[in-house]
Design a protein around this ligand. Structure first.
Ligand code: TXA
Ligand code: MG
Length: 330
C-alpha cells in the first residue's frame, strides 16, 4: 500500500470527505496540525487506536492526546476545573494540551488513555479542527512518525517514514509552530499548574494568564507524569552534541542567531535555525533541520547553545532528547 496524498489547498472538500471516510472505516489518517503532523484515529474505537500504535511501533502504555474541536466537545469527555477552563478559553484552538479527569460516562477508549483516569485534550486549529467537527468525535493523534524518530512537520516527512503503512496523508503545508503542544495538568484543589512537557506555547504565556508560575518536575518524575516522554525521543541517526562552541571537520552544524563557530567552514552542512535569533522561527525549523543534518551523512550533529526562555524551553527539551543515549545503548 502507498498512501494517497490529498492537498487541502487544491481539494479542500475531498480532504475532509476522504479523511472522514477512512476514519469511519476505523483506520488512521495523517493530518496537518499547527504543531506537527498527527496520526489521527477515532479515539472511541479500540481497533482504530490499535492501528495507531501498530503503525508507529509505539509501546502500548503511552497515552495519546485526544483532539477536540471546542470546549463543548471536550466537556463530553472530561471535567474542567476553573483554571483549566480559563486556559482552554484563552489558548484553544492552539498548541496547548490539558490533562483532565475523565468523565464517568466518557466514551474515549481506555487504549487511548492507557487505562488512566485522566485524558489529555487539545483543540487544534485550521484543517484538523474542521475535520474533527465534521467527524463529530475526538481524534487520538500522536505525531505521525515511527516511535522514537523525529516528528514530522511536512507531509513529505510522513510519506517517507510511513507512506507504505497508511491509506491517506492530508497535505497542509509546513506546520507553522514546528514543535509539539505544551502539556499541563492543574491540581484541582490548589490550582497549581504542572508543566509536563514544554512545547509550542511558552510557559510564560500560561503563567501570565493564570497569574502564577508553572511548576516543573525534572527527570524521572516527569517521565511518570507523561509516560510517553521516553528519554531517547526524537532520535536522528547521527549522534547529537549540544552547546557546541567549536566543530570538528565533517560534523554537521546547527547554529542559532548567526553565531560563528570555530571550524564551521569544514562542517558537512551548516544550518542556522534563525539567523535573527527568533525562537519561533527556530522552533519551526528545528525538526526539518535535524532531518537535513542527519541526511548529510555526518556521524555527529553539533548544535550551538539556544537561549532557554520562551519557546527555547521546548527547543532545548527536544534537543536534549535527541542527544540522550539511545535505546539499547548505555
Ligand atoms: O502537538 C501535539 O501535541 C501533537 C499533535 C499531533 O497534536 N501530538 C502529540 O501527541 O505530541 P503524542 O501522543 O506524541 O504525545 C502525547 C504525550 C505523551 O508524552 C503522553 O505521555 C502525554 O502526552 N499524555 C497523554 N495523555 C496523558 C495523560 N492522561 N496523563 C499524562 N500524560 C499524558
Ligand atoms: Mg511524538
Amino acid at each position: 500500500m502507498t498512501a494517497e496524498i490529498i492537498d487541502i489547498i487544491h481539494e479542500p472538500q475531498r480532504a475532509i470527505s476522504e479523511a472522514t471516510r477512512v476514519l469511519k472505516d476505523g483506520f488512521p489518517v495523517a493530518i496537518p496540525t499547527e504543531t506537527v503532523y498527527g496520526l489521527a484515529a477515532d479515539a472511541t474505537r479500540a481497533e482504530a487506536i490499535s492501528r495507531i500504535y501498530e503503525t508507529k511501533g509505539r509501546p502500548q502504555f503511552n497515552p495519546l492526546i485526544c483532539h477536540v474541536c471546542d470546549i463543548e466537545m471536550a466537556e463530553r469527555y472530561a471535567v474542567f476545573d476553573p483554571v483549566s477552563r480559563r486556559l482552554a478559553e484563552t489558548f484553544w484552538p492552539g498548541p496547548l494540551t490539558i490533562i483532565l479527569p475523565l468523565r464517568q460516562d466518557s466514551t474515549v477508549h481506555p487504549l487511548a488513555t492507557a487505562g488512566l483516569e485522566t485524558v489529555g485534550l487539545r483543540c487544534p486549529e485550521g484543517y484538523a479542527n474542521e475535520l474533527i467537527r465534521a467527524f463529530d468525535r475526538p481524534l487520538a493523534a500522536p505525531s505521525a512518525n515511527t516511535s522514537g524518530k523525529i516528528s514530522p512537520t511536512a507531509a513529505r516527512h510522513v510519506m517517507e517514514d510511513l507512506g507504505d503503512k497508511l491509506q491517506l496523508i492530508i497535505n497542509g503545508g509546513v506546520s507553522p509552530i514546528g514543535v509539539e503542544s505544551t502539556i499541563v495538568r492543574v491540581d484541582p484543589d490548589t490550582g497549581a499548574i504542572l508543566l509536563l512537557r514544554p512545547g509550542g506555547l511558552a510557559a510564560m504565556e500560561i503563567a501570565d494568564v493564570a497569574g502564577r508560575d508553572l511548576q516543573r518536575r525534572a527527570g524521572p518524575a516527569a517521565i511518570i507524569e507523561a509516560p510517553g516522554m521516553l528519554a531517547s525521543h526524537y532520535a536522528p541517526g547521527a549522534a547529537v552534541r549540544l552547546n557546541a562552541t567549536l566543530i570538528e571537520p565533517g560534523e554537521a552544524l546547527i547554529r542559532f542567531g548567526s553565531v560563528s563557530v570555530t571550524g564551521m567552514e569544514k562542517a558537512a552542512i551548516n544550518l542556522d535555525l534563525s539567523p535573527t535569533a527568533d525562537l519561533a522561527q527556530a522552533a519551526a525549523n528545528l525538526f526539518e533541520y535535524l532531518k537535513r543534518a542527519d541526511a548529510s551523512g555526518a556521524a555527529n550533529i553539533a548544535v550551538t547553545p539556544i537561549p532557554n526562555e520562551g519557546l527555547g524551553e521546548a527547543i532545548n527539551d527536544r534537543l536534549a532528547r535527541a542527544a540522550a543515549p539511545r535505546d539499547g545503548e548505555t
